[in-house]
Ligand binder design. Sequence first.
Ligand code: PRP
Ligand code: MN
Ligand code: MG
Length: 178
Amino acid sequence: ASMRDTAIGEILVQPDDLHHRVRELGREISRDYAGKEPLLVCVLKGAVFFLADLMREIEVPCEVDFMAVASYGSATQSSGVVRILKDLDAAIEGRDVIIVEDIVDSGLTLQYLLRNLTARGPASLSVCALLTKPDRLQVDLSPRYVGFEIPDRFAIGYGLDHGERYRNLPYVAALKPE
Ligand code: PRP
Ligand code: MN
Ligand code: MG
C-alpha cells in the first residue's frame, strides 16, 4: 500500500516512535528477565512484525514460538469465542512465557490465551502488547508491557490488517471511513 492509498487515514504512531518504544520495551524485558530465558509466544499474524523488532532489542537469551487463533464473528469485532488454528510447537510447562500481541482491543483474544496458557503450567506468564485501546477493553486484564494506548479507531499498519491488507505499513494509522 502506498501513501496515496485513500483508505489510509491519520497516522496514529510514527515509525520513529515505534522504533524507540520497541527498544524501551526490549530493555525493560531484558531487565525484568535477567537470569531467565523467556519464551516469547507470538500471536499470528498481526504480532509477527512487532515480535521481530522486539526480540532483537532483548538482551537475555530467549526463544520464540507461534500460535494462531481465530475468533468467530464479524471481521472488525471479535466474539470472544476463540479456536486454535495453530498451537505452539512445544510444551511451556515451567517456562517464563511472554505473550506478544500487536493490539489488545476488546481483550477477548488475550483473555482466552491467558486462560489457555495458564492451564499448561508455565513458571510465569506475562503480556507485551504494542497497542491497547482502553476505551474498548471488555475484560479485566492489564498487560504488563504496553507500547502505546490509542484511541478507539480501526487501526492498520505495523502488523495490523484490514482484510489482510496494510500489515506492511511502517507506521500505525487509522483506517479512513468510506
Ligand atoms: C487482532 C489482533 C489481536 C486481536 C485483538 O487479530 O492482532 O490478536 O485481533 O482483538 P480483541 O482484543 O478484540 O480480541 P485478528 O484476529 O484480526 O488476527 P490477525 O492477527 O491475523 O490479524
Ligand atoms: Mn492478532
Ligand atoms: Mg486481523
